[in-house]
Design a protein around this ligand. Structure first.
Ligand SMILES: CC(C)(COP(=O)(O)OP(=O)(O)OC[C@H]1O[C@@H](n2cnc3c(N)ncnc32)[C@H](O)[C@@H]1OP(=O)(O)O)[C@@H](O)C(=O)NCCC(=O)NCCS
Length: 182
């Protein structure tokens, strides 16, 4: 894990980054027993691809990714950008002007070894540099919700059965200074 480098995405890596999104999303859907929701899976794959393109188009100004690589292999990602329609509808517009963190992905073979925390912290450092004090994020994956509750506390917004029976959606609105590690 020590040799993993976190940096801005390179345009020539666009295909391997998109392939990485597919790998993580398929694994996450299977793990959450929703691997049969092919339309939703494809929607997520397209959404991540679109966001990565936005970063290249604005040169990291309004959509900003960080990518972790182990040698030539993409093993992690994270980004922030304008808050999405989904989180805005779940929070009654409370985070309309707050940046949203998303695409927090770690390759299945590299999970639970601290890389997710490293990516988050690098992003917090960037937010602080840019004078951004607050962020929001959401999660509908049960497998990640436990982890986020442990790390960030109870969500301010908890929508029970949002995706169906026993499939909740959670959203957090937090301050960078409370979580950054300098
Ligand atoms: C969620 C994800 C990004 C976390 O990355 P990671 O590298 O596995 O996480 P880390 O090893 O850095 O651990 C982060 C924290 O979560 C905790 N954690 C890790 N796995 C956990 C689990 N299965 N259950 C509960 N807590 C867990 C760690 O102890 C750590 O807590 P700490 O900060 O209090 O020490 C990664 O697992 C992943 O890509 N999952 C699939 C995609 C996904 O669901 N992304 C999130 C979308 S909302």
């Amino acid at each position: 894990m020590k040799n993993i480098e976190i940096s801005r995405p390179k345009f020539e890596d666009i295909e391997i980054i998109n392939q990485f999104f597919v790998t993580v999303l398929k694994h996450t859907f299977d793990r959450n027993d929703i691997g049969d929701l092919l339309e939703a899976l494809n929607g997520e794959i397209i959404d991540k691809r679109k966001k990565l393109n936005e970063d290249f188009e604005c040169n990291g100004e309004s959509r900003f990714f960080l990518i972790a690589k182990d040698g030539e292999k993409v093993v992690g990602s994270i980004e922030y950008g304008p808050s999405s329609d989904l989180i805005n509808s779940c929070t009654d517009g409370a985070v309309k002007d707050v940046v949203e963190i998303g695409t927090g992905f770690v390759h299945p073979a590299y999970q639970e070894k601290g890389l997710g925390n490293r990516l988050l912290n690098e992003l917090f450092i960037e937010l602080e540099k840019r004078g951004i004090e607050e962020f929001c994020f959401d999660s509908g994956y049960k497998s990640a919700q436990n982890l986020w509750v442990k790390k960030f506390g109870k969500p301010q917004y908890h929508l029970k059965d949002y995706w169906g029976e026993d499939a909740d959606h959670m959203a957090w609105h937090l301050k960078v200074k409370d979580f950054i590690n300098k």
